[in-house]
Design a protein around this ligand. Structure first.
Ligand code: OOG
Length: 262
């Protein structure tokens, strides 16, 4: 059994590591009897503390480790979810300072903007698509609080799935006569292609990842609310940024998005 004080302590360690931009040793090595349920409890405590101290609110959700590319890169073979807060959202056009990050990386994703409540269990891909107002290109900046960006499944869940910042493209597209799994994507760094992918890299279909998450949220009585955004998971491996880098993702059907760093 892990005592409530340990859950609080783990959340506090993660909160301070982010605030002070310092690396943390993995929790699994230090807290025995840690499991997935407890890891999500730590995540929830961490998110609650961030909401209070940073005076922010929930903006939506993110999936992590939904693609083979990401699972192989990180050595974690199950998807996870995390919470997006309003103060994590940044906008294209303004260079982003690398100052606050520990060792951040960037990755391209498909964002869903929801128009109605989605509550599991039993949510299907069709339910997710019916509740989707728009899809849009997105770039997610992830920044693990663990030393060397190295973690286990439990560590990364507790760390809010490495959430740090996110940027959503201005062009919002209604789902129509195209298959999200076949939407192609080109990811570039300073104009050079670093990876190409398609929607299907995310669990076969990005809406499948969203359905997976909604059904997991139901285990703790949580659900997706109208207007929330969901990042469905990276389509490629993540890339570390350096000063003056420009990253862009170009999607078939729903446009492109770029961000620069300073
Ligand atoms: C975990 C989060 C990964 C994704 O989309 O795969 C993620 C990590 O790799 O740090 O957000």
């Amino acid at each position: 059994m892990i005592a409530t004080e340990s859950i609080e302590q783990m959340a506090d360690e993660l909160f301070l590591a982010e605030k002070n931009a310092t690396e943390l040793d993995k929790l699994v090595d230090r807290y025995p009897h840690f499991d997935v349920e407890l890891a999500y409890e730590v995540q929830q405590r961490l998110v609650n503390r961030k909401c209070i101290e940073e005076k922010t609110r929930v903006a939506g959700w993110k999936l992590g480790l939904t693609s083979k590319a990401k699972q192989e890169m990180m050595g974690v073979h199950e998807p996870t979810y995390g919470v997006l807060l309003q103060n994590m959202q940044l906008y294209s056009g303004e260079p982003i300072s690398l100052g606050p990050f520990i060792h951040a990386k960037i990755e391209p994703e498909i964002a869903f903007i929801m128009n109605r409540e989605l509550r599991g269990p039993g949510v299907t891909v069709a339910d997710v698509l019916a509740a989707t107002e728009y899809v849009a290109p997105a770039l997610e900046i992830i920044d693990s609080r663990y030393r060397g960006f190295s973690f286990t499944l439990l560590d990364v869940i507790a760390d809010n799935s490495s959430s740090s910042r996110f940027i959503i493209g201005d062009k919002l597209t209604r789902l129509g006569d195209f298959d999200l799994s076949l939407v192609g994507m080109v990811f570039k760094q300073n104009g050079k292609i670093v990876a190409t992918s398609a929607g299907a890299s995310v669990m076969g279909h990005p809406a499948k990842a969203v359905a997976w998450m909604v059904n997991k949220l139901a285990l703790t009585g949580q659900y997706v609310k109208p207007g929330e955004v969901i990042l469905s998971g990276a389509l490629t491996g993540a890339v570390a940024m350096k000063e003056n880098d420009v990253f862009s993702c170009h999607f078939d059907h729903f446009g492109s998005l770029d961000v620069s760093f300073m």
